[in-house]
Design a binder for this molecule. Structure first.
Ligand code: UDP
Length: 327
C-alpha cells in the first residue's frame, strides 16, 4: 500500500510513518515544515519506502497530484497549539478549513479512502464525564480566537462526513484526546512537553489558571496503530471515533508528577490565563473521553499510564542533543 500522510513530519504523523513503514508500506509525506520537522523523520532517512514532499495543503494542484498516486490518505496536517492559533488566527483557519476541504475533495475525486484527524476540542466547553462521539458541542464567542480551532475542526468533520456519505468513498474521522509522546514540541503550547522541558532545565513549571482543570492524556504509541485498523473496518466509516487514554489528572497533579519523575528542583509557578494566552482566554475545565466505540469497533484498549507516557518523553528529551527551551 502507498499512503499519503499530510503532516507526516509532525508529531503524530511521523509516528504513523514509522508504523506504516515497519509494516512494509510506502509513504509519501506532504508537510510544509511550519510546526513539523525533518528531524522527526531522521530514523527513516535513506529508506526507499519514504518520499518527502515539502508543500502546502492549500496548494490544490500539488494535493491532487499526490492524492492521485496514493491508495490511502491520512490527513494529519493542521495548524495546532494554542499559541499558534491565537497568534495566527487567519492562517490557522485557512489551513484547518480549506486545507482539509482540498484533501477530502481530492480523495473523493480519485476514490481514495481517507482519514481525517480531529480533536476533543470539538466538544468545546462540554465537560461531561465520558464524552461520547455524538454529545453536544458548546463553543464560546468567535471573538475569542481560541474557538476558531474547535469550530474549524468541527466543520472539517462535517466536510469529511458528508463527502463520505455522498460518494461512498471510505471515510474515517478520528478524534484525538490530548495525545502526547516523544517528538511533540511544547513550543506552541502543549503542556506535557513544556512541563518536561521546564523540569529538565530546573525552570519553574508554568501552571496556567488554578491548575484544577483536568485532562486525560493518551499515548501516541497506543493511538497510532488504531488508525490503520479503523481504515480497515467498514463499520467505522462515516462517523467520528474517540481515541485517548484513561487516566485523568489535574494540571497541578501533572506538574507534581513530572517534577517527581524527573527528580527536578523546579518550583511551580501559577500564571493567569490572560498573561499566558492573552485577554479573555477560556479554558476547558475537564475533557474525559468515552472510548467504548473504538473498543467495540477495533478492540481498542489503552495500555500506557501517565507515568509511562511522561517517562517516554523524558527519555526522548534526555537522548536528544539539546533540550529545546519552551517559548
Ligand atoms: N497549560 C499549563 N501550562 C502550560 C501549557 C498549558 O498549565 O505551560 C494548561 C492549559 O491551560 C490547559 C492544559 O494545560 O488547561 C492542557 O493544555 P494543552 O495546550 O496541552 O491542551 P488543551 O488545552 O488542548 O487540552
Amino acid at each position: 500500500m502507498k499512503a499519503l500522510i499530510t503532516g507526516g513530519a509532525g508529531f503524530i504523523g511521523s509516528h504513523l510513518c514509522d508504523h506504516l513503514v515497519a509494516q512494509g508500506h510506502e509513504v509519501i509525506v506532504l508537510d510544509d515544515l511550519s510546526t513539523g520537522s525533518l528531524s522527526n523523520l531522521s530514523q527513516l532517512e535513506g529508506s526507499a519506502k519514504l518520499r518527502f514532499v515539502q508543500g502546502d495543503i492549500l496548494d490544490r494542484e500539488l494535493v491532487d497530484e499526490l492524492v492521485a498516486e496514493a491508495d490511502t490518505v491520512f490527513h494529519l496536517a493542521a495548524a495546532v497549539g494554542v499559541y499558534n492559533i491565537v497568534d495566527n488566527p487567519l492562517r490557522s483557519l485557512r489551513i484547518n478549513l480549506h486545507g482539509t476541504e482540498n484533501i477530502v475533495e481530492s480523495a473523493v475525486k480519485h476514490r481514495v479512502p481517507y482519514m481525517i484527524a480531529s480533536t476533543s476540542e470539538v466538544y468545546g466547553k462540554n465537560d461531561a464525564d465520558g464524552l461520547k462521539e455524538n454529545d453536544d458541542r458548546i463553543y464560546g464567542s468567535p471573538t475569542k480566537s481560541r474557538w476558531s480551532y474547535a469550530a474549524a475542526k468541527g466543520l472539517d468533520e462535517l466536510v469529511a462526513y458528508v463527502h463520505g456519505v455522498e460518494s461512498g468513498v471510505p471515510c474515517v474521522i478520528t478524534r484525538f484526546f490530548n495525545v502526547v509522546g516523544p517528538r511533540q514540541t511544547g513550543r506552541y503550547g502543549m503542556v506535557v512537553p513544556r512541563f518536561v522541558d521546564q523540569a529538565l532545565s530546573d525552570e519553574p513549571i508554568t501552571v496556567y489558571g488554578t491548575g484544577t482543570q483536568r485532562r486525560c492524556f493518551g499515548s501516541v504509541f497506543d493511538v497510532v496503530p488504531q488508525l490503520t485498523k479503523l481504515m480497515d473496518t467498514p463499520e467505522a466509516y462515516n462517523q467520528a471515533v474517540n481515541l485517548g487514554g484513561r487516566e485523568e489528572v489535574s494540571i497541578k497533579g501533572l506538574a507534581d508528577r513530572v517534577v517527581e519523575l524527573t527528580g527536578s528542583g523546579s518550583a511551580i509557578s501559577y500564571i493567569d490565563y490572560d498573561q499566558a494566552y492573552g485577554e479573555g482566554y477560556e479554558d476547558m475545565q475537564r475533557r474525559y473521553p468515552d472510548t467504548s466505540l473504538a473498543t467495540r469497533l477495533i478492540g481498542f484498549e489503552p495500555t500506557r499510564d501517565l507515568n509511562d507516557i511522561i517517562g517516554s518523553i523524558v527519555e526522548h528529551r534526555r537522548s536528544a542533543d539539546s533540550v529545546p527551551a519552551p517559548v
